[in-house]
Design a protein around this ligand. Structure first.
Ligand code: ZN
Length: 288
């Protein structure tokens, strides 16, 4: 009897491992001032390569189209990834998204998704920091990292800017966070826009990594937060300001933090390992 019971327990344990459900991801796109139709397939490919995700895409009508028809069923998924920067979603879609995240759903904001929806207060609480769309001091403080501290600067001025595109170093600021654990303290990121002067409500905001925005590249002269986590009700959010174009999205530093950030937003844990081709402090690393 005892042996049978042990066999049964073992069987169940093995069955639960082999039958592990994939993390269900929905990527939303359809409007963006970036090449969303090129970038979304790369985001999907990079997630699928991790082996733990099942990915679907919901594409909105084109700009000026009938947004009432865009009603993704967020509740069918564990995490929503936004590659969207465009027209305001319908009231119904907005309320559904708020309920999804507040109720424990994951959300990942990629690059210009933080340009979207200045007028949608709850969305800005989810992303914490945003840029453009006429954002200014009324939207919240600038948030910078300085000597181990997060500085909130309420001074007036535009929200969102960037200097010229270049390769730049990411500095890890929360090495114990599951998304960052095992990454080198500094790595080179492939050519990208380095967002600066982002501002927003910045509630429940944790900075995972920053990059120094050098005035020599028309930057701000500050250490700018580029990888962040937030919470919104019961939901977890991973915010990556990286990913302007193909070289940035194919950078192994982007891919790894995007995969791990998406898993963390969905489950609160990270099982995806740091790959052998992860960039070093001196050299970026890319995949096709
Ligand atoms: Zn961009």
């Amino acid at each position: 009897m005892k042996r049978l019971l042990i066999s049964l327990i073992l069987y169940c344990a093995i069955a639960s491992v082999t039958a592990a459900e994939p993390v269900k991801v929905l990527i939303v796109d359809g409007q963006n001032n970036h090449k969303w139709a090129v970038i979304t397939p790369l985001l999907k490919k990079h997630l699928e390569a991790a082996g733990v995700f099942k990915v679907e895409v919901a594409t909105s009508p084109a700009k000026g189209g009938e947004m009432e028809t865009f009603r993704p069923k967020f509740s069918d998924f564990d995490v929503v990834v936004s590659n969207y920067n465009g027209d305001l979603w319908s009231e119904e879609a907005r309320r559904a998204f708020e309920s999804f995240v507040a109720g424990g759903g994951g959300f990942v904001s990629v690059h210009a998704a933080n340009n979207s929806f200045r007028e949608w207060k709850e969305y800005n609480r989810m992303i914490g920091l945003g840029g453009w769309g006429d954002r200014n001091e009324q939207d919240g403080p600038y948030v910078r990292y300085w000597e181990g501290r997060i500085i909130r600067d309420a001074s007036p001025g535009r929200g969102g800017s960037h200097g010229r595109q270049h390769e730049f170093a990411l500095d890890v600021r929360d090495p114990e966070h599951p998304i960052m654990k095992g990454l080198p303290p500094r790595w080179m990121h492939a050519q990208d826009e380095l967002y600066d002067r982002l501002r927003g409500p910045a509630e429940n905001l944790n900075i995972l990594a920053t990059a120094f925005s050098d005035k020599s590249t028309n930057g701000s002269g500050h250490h700018e937060p580029l990888l962040m986590t937030l919470t919104y009700g019961g939901g977890r959010i991973f915010h990556t300001a990286l990913g302007h174009d193909v070289p940035a999205v194919n950078c192994v530093g982007f891919i790894t933090t995007f995969q791990r950030g998406t898993e963390w937003a969905a489950t609160g844990k990270v099982t995806i390992p740091v790959p052998a081709d992860f960039p070093t402090a001196e050299k970026s690393s890319s995949r096709n």
